[in-house]
Design a protein around this ligand. Structure first.
Ligand code: PRT
Length: 294
């Protein structure tokens, strides 16, 4: 029974670099052979299949791949909304590739609310998601399917608005458009089929997920070290929300001074460090954490 699992990721595009980086941080090394679409790994029972994002849902559903990394917007478009009826499930949100699918209108359009689109024309590369949204809002509009450069449609006067992915908003701005309504938000997710795998593959999936969780948890936490008088400990604890611990250590020849070490779940800003100093802490160090297994 094979324990090897195949994971589909985007071959080249907005999610590729961050996805490869995630595998690297999980300690999973792939042979790097330019142009090869199936990459083997020597230190983990995993193969990486480099494909187009839009093909990933099918590959995972058909069992060609056991896992896939893609934007959740692609699942919505290709298969349908996530939930009980969807044969795919999200096993981990990955926190990158964040964007939103939005309706946008020409900058000078008289847009007040969604009724602007009723009986109008909307250009999009996401026709299924858009039609579902229009139905849910009891709106009727002509959906014009365009596979790329959707932003140009209103200036060519073939549409009254568009429905496209937005991240920074720069593309809309440069095409004299403005965001009118967010239909859904998206980020990169790790998906699998709801069908059971063989027990050895299930074990590999669990091991892989543990590593991914370890990397993502570590990214959201920081390790903080400082010195202070023992009498200031309570004040210091009140400055640091989301602190686990802390560990308290005596400092040799430090008198009443102690060393305080803790893992923080919340961001530590310069203001937090200034407040710590005011509460009596000195030699404050904030360090990134590479991996965590709870
Ligand atoms: O792999 P395949 O060719 O099938 O997919 P693709 O052509 O959709 O690839 P790609 O690389 O464009 O997008 C891959 C995934 O990245 C998408 O499915 C989203 O989940 C995610 N993502 C995140 C984005 C964006 N941000 C994004 N800004 N995908 C596309 N864009 C485009 C958008 O379509 C528009 O043209 O960027 C433009 C807008 O960006 P801003 O920053 O100017 O607002």
């Amino acid at each position: 029974m094979s324990e090897v699992i195949r994971v589909a990721i985007q071959k080249s595009g907005k999610l590729t670099e961050k996805s490869l980086e995630l595998f690297k941080h999980c300690g999973i090394d792939f042979e790097s052979i330019k142009g090869r679409l199936l990459l083997k790994c020597e230190n983990f029972p995993i193969e990486l299949m480099m494909v187009r994002s839009s093909d990933i849902p099918e590959y995972v559903m058909d069992g060609v791949c056991q896992l896939g990394v893609l934007g959740s917007n692609v699942i919505e478009e290709k298969i349908g909304p996530l939930g009980n009826d969807n044969p795919l499930e999200v096993v981990k949100k990955l926190g990158y590739g964040r964007c939103r699918l939005s309706l946008a209108v020409p900058k000078n359009a008289e847009y007040k609310d969604l009724s602007y689109f009723n009986m109008g024309k909307i250009a999009t590369s996401y026709p299924k998601t858009l039609r579902r949204f229009l139905n849910s809002q009891n709106l009727e509009a002509d959906v014009i399917e365009i596979s790329g450069s959707v932003e140009i449609a209103p200036s060519l006067q073939i549409a009254d608005g568009i429905c496209d992915l937005v991240s920074t908003g720069t593309t809309l701005f440069s095409n004299n458009l403005r965001e009118a309504y967010e239909i859904l938000s998206s980020e990169a997710v790790l998906i699998r089929s709801k069908r059971e795998l063989n027990p050895c593959q299930e074990k590999t999936v669990s091991r892989f997920l543990q590593r991914v969780s370890g990397v993502l948890t570590a990214r959201s936490r920081k390790y903080i070290m400082m010195n202070a008088l023992r009498s200031n400990l309570d004040k210091i604890k009140s400055v640091l929300p989301g602190m686990e611990g802390p560990s308290i250590m005596d400092i040799s020849n430090g008198g009443d001074k102690i060393a305080i070490h803790a893992v923080c779940r919340e961001p530590i800003f310069w203001e937090t460090m200034e407040n710590l100093k005011e509460a009596g802490a000195s030699s404050i160090l904030v360090l990134p954490i590479e991996k965590i297994i709870d």
